[in-house]
Design a protein around this ligand. Structure first.
Ligand SMILES: [Mg+2]
Length: 261
């Protein structure tokens, strides 16, 4: 039988992994992913973390399964060969160049943006290698207000967008997101969205939790209302259980529907 679910794309924090749980990734979820991998499916961890932070999280989680692909910083792609991950080219090089060009256009406005945030909110604003403007807001309500202001600013710079995850936000290029990275992996594997499963819990997951890039959509109970609504709207599965337990429920339901369990 042709496998109906060939790509499993999971966000990491709050979706696959919960820091305070033991184990942080439920064993049932690991078993379901492992079962699909043995039948030929590929598992993608699709996260806002950078590579070293993700590898540290994975190392501490002592998983029985290993991802086949990684999407880091919501835009860079790595594939696994044996125990090592390698950057996907030309994707990562193109992505880096596109961001470098884009951020040149933002540079002159940074002092004004930093001043606006610091004058109104208790928040950390800084630059890092991934974005000239990074935010850690004090509360989600503050992050909502700051995000609205940044989105207005983005209207003035072609291809600029804000990527938000909880109280964190940064600038990014509109062509690169968890959604477009997942689409590239799907293309690399010679597949189409019909066999793609995706699960996430926050704003930065919305670009992959859509009909355009995935067919089987799941949100755990801790997903923010906007994510739960998006998953409902697309006919996906919203679990009443938290974190990886909810994702395991959704993956099991998809596997049953696909006749795999
Ligand atoms: Mg998350």
């Amino acid at each position: 039988m042709d496998l109906p679910i060939k790509i499993i794309s999971t966000d990491f924090d709050g979706t696959l992994h919960a820091d305070h749980e033991n184990p942080p990734v439920p064993e049932r979820l690991q078993e379901l992913i492992g079962d699909l991998q043995r039948r030929g499916a590929k598992w993608v961890i699709n996260t806002g973390r950078d590579l070293s932070s993700l590898m540290e999280g994975l190392g501490r989680a002592h998983l029985s399964v290993q991802p086949d692909w990684l999407v880091t910083v919501e835009r860079e792609i790595y594939f696994r060969e044996g125990p090592r991950f390698f950057p996907l080219q030309p994707w990562n090089g193109d992505c880096e160049r596109a961001h470098r060009e884009l951020f040149k256009a933002v540079e002159k406005d940074l002092p004004r943006l930093f001043k606006w945030v610091n004058g109104k909110f208790r928040a950390s604003v800084y630059s890092d290698v991934y974005s000239p403007f990074c935010l850690i807001a004090g509360t989600n309500a503050d992050a909502d207000d700051i995000e609205a202001h940044l989105k207005d600013y983005c209207e003035s710079v072609p291809n600029l967008t804000v990527v938000r995850n909880d109280v964190y936000a940064r600038f990014s290029h509109t062509a690169y997101s968890k959604g477009t990275a997942l689409a590239e992996i799907t293309r690399q594997l010679g597949l189409t969205r019909e066999c793609v499963f995706a699960a996430g819990d926050h704003f930065n997951d919305l670009p992959m939790l859509c009909d355009e890039h995935a067919c089987w959509l799941v949100a755990p109970a801790n997903a923010i209302p906007q994510v739960q609504e998006a998953v409902w709207r697309e006919g996906g599965y919203v679990s009443d259980r938290l974190w990886g337990h909810g994702v395991a429920d959704g993956l099991e339901a998809a596997m049953k529907e696909a006749g795999l369990l």
